[in-house]
Write a protein that binds this ligand. Structure first.
Ligand code: DGJ
Length: 542
């Protein structure tokens, strides 16, 4: 049947330049929709929401009013293929219709073989036949409710369903592109053991590491991520051998082995889908939490940072390895998920004030966009994530343009990370949590965005931050503010309001002490509440 699907795709090609696709634009990779870069300001609904058209009905307008342009919705194997070979797309079609009615795009989350490591979204005809659709076995020989990656029938059944989904999208959405990209499976990996121990898995584990992975190691030796290269080099950097000979004996090797096998399986599923409709595809990753000690405490084989090379080598059909809900250090997380050409994209993170901060940081970091999980819970239409998305949607063209030219940065501060320096266009901008004359108590968080908008000029936006400037190029050493305007962008044009000066910009008055450190004491601050924006013109003096 898969061969038939592939043939049908070849006979009915869709010009891929008309489809949503990823494109390298200058410094970043952007999502192109209807011929133009598109910044995802999104939200993911809870797992069960999109199984019911009626349940979703009141949610769509709420999300549109909260300035989202995209909604991430699960599409489940059990719902679209309740009987083997019989597909029902009525719910999906209604979701597409209602998204269109609210001027929203969709990202579909394929809950196929796995969701959060387990196989609870598989159809009953799969669940009831573990002889035909084998399960993971733990080291004590018990079967877990998790489809094994070491089974052609599992992989092919999932790929057939996914390919049929994409073929359906080709039929119903090729003209309108409501669906802009897809997530393949959800947070995969073996939980509560570091690897699958079924007979086929044990057999594969005793075999040599596949040539494709060995060739990748040899070709990418200089650019392998350091934590992965270390595992290989600590085991002697051998060029052939079994998994344990190449990577050593221990759970890290089990994790690498599982990463390879999940990635190959998912690559096959994604490839079958792309043969029908080549939309961009990503996977999401359950992250290592502070309490996790070993792979298996978190899903073993998912695309955590130390196995990105394995995923990139095994799954070329997956365009992006994305992280999930973050726990502490969002900038560090985006840093780890943007190495080796992996485009930053945040499908599932916080809403609330932390979400607003993450969204600002993400788009300034060059992300394809930002999406908050459990978005339907955000009942306040003027809550922080809605305000942040409203603000970002007003300046989206500017964000996309500056992402491409590398003239934008995000600012993300908390009491644990109270300062951040950004070097841009000849200046270092020293961001800090905002202090006021009246109180020395720092706010819990501050966030912002900065654009270099011309020679000696920046547009800065933010909440609860302040910024001072020093030069990053040779020449006069002190930076003064020659003009600071508050204002807004209306249809891309700057509309100035007050000129800020005096008490609003002279942060410190100890001029002699400041002069001895080549500082002017001038700076710009951004109050609490909804983000505000200022245009800042600078000059330098010796
Ligand atoms: C991450 C998963 O990907 C989501 O589907 C959901 O289960 C959340 N965790 C719950 O926090």
């Amino acid at each position: 049947m898969l061969a038939g699907t592939l043939q049908a795709a070849a006979q009915n090609p869709v010009a891929s330049n008309e489809l949503p696709h990823l494109q390298k634009n200058g410094n970043v990779t952007q999502l192109i929709v209807d011929g133009k870069p598109f910044l995802v300001l999104g939200g993911e609904v809870r797992n069960s929401a999109s199984s019911s058209v009626e349940y979703m009905k009141p949610i769509w307008p709420k999300l549109a009013a909260a300035h989202l342009n995209t909604v991430l919705v699960p599409v489940t194997w059990q719902q679209i293929e309740p009987e083997e070979g019989h597909f029902d797309f009525s719910v999906l079609d209604a979701l597409i219709r209602d998204a269109r009615g609210n001027n929203l795009r969709l990202v579909l989350l394929w809950f196929g073989s796995w969701k959060n490591g387990v196989s609870t979204y598989t159809p009953a005809w799969v669940e009831k036949d573990s002889a035909r659709f084998p399960l993971v076995q733990n080291s004590s020989g018990q079967l877990l409710g998790v489809l094994s990656t070491f089974s052609d029938s599992n992989r092919e059944a999932d790929a057939r369903a996914f390919a049929t989904l994409l073929r359906h999208l080709r039929e119903v959405d090729s003209a309108q592109h409501t669906v802009v990209f897809l997530q393949v499976e959800n947070e995969v990996g073996v939980i509560s053991d570091s690897r699958d121990h079924c007979t086929a898995a044990d057999k594969a584990f005793a075999q040599p590491v596949p040539k494709e992975l060995m060739d990748y190691l040899a070709e990418h030796r200089d650019t392998l991520l350091p934590e992965f290269r270390k595992i290989w080099e600590d085991a002697g950097a051998k060029t052939s051998g079994t998994w344990q000979q190449i990577f050593g004996i221990g759970p890290a090797t089990d994790e690498i082995f599982m990463a390879w096998n999940y990635a190959r399986y998912i690559n096959f599923v994604a490839g079958a889908g792309k043969a029908e409709l080549p939309l961009p595809m990503f996977i999401n990753t359950a992250l290592v939490k502070p309490q996790d000690k070993l792979p298996g405490d978190y899903p073993s084989g998912g695309a955590v940072a130390q196995v990105h090379d394995v995923w990139q080598s095994a799954a070329p059909n997956i365009d992006i390895l994305a992280p999930d809900i973050y726990f502490t250090d969002f900038p560090g997380l985006l840093g780890r998920y943007s190495r080796n050409g992996n485009p930053p994209w945040v499908p599932e993170s916080l809403a609330g004030p932390g979400g607003a901060a993450n969204a600002f940081y993400a788009v300034g970091f060059g992300s394809i966009g930002y999406s908050a999980y459990a978005i339907e819970d955000q009942d306040d239409p003027s809550g922080p994530i809605a305000e942040a998305f409203g603000f970002l949607s007003d300046i989206t063209p500017m964000i996309l343009e500056h992402q491409a030219s590398g003239t934008i940065a995000g600012v993300w501060l908390t009491t644990d990370r109270p300062t951040q320096d950004v070097t841009l266009a000849g200046y270092t901008l020293h961001f800090a949590l905002r202090v006021t004359r009246k109180s020395t108590v720092l706010p819990d968080r501050g966030y912002g965005l900065v654009f270099s908008s011309g020679p000696d000029e920046f547009i800065v936006a933010g909440t609860d931050i302040q910024v001072t400037f020093t030069p990053s190029t040779p020449g006069p050493s002190v930076v003064g503010l020659s003009k600071v305007e508050e204002g807004t962008f209306l249809q891309g044009k700057w509309v100035a309001g007050r000129w800020l000066n005096g008490d609003d910009t002279q942060l410190l008055y100890d001029l002699s002490a400041l002069a001895s450190q080549s500082l002017s004491g001038e700076g710009v601050s951004f109050p609490a509440g909804d983000p505000t924006i200022r245009r800042v013109q600078l000059y330098r003096y010796p």
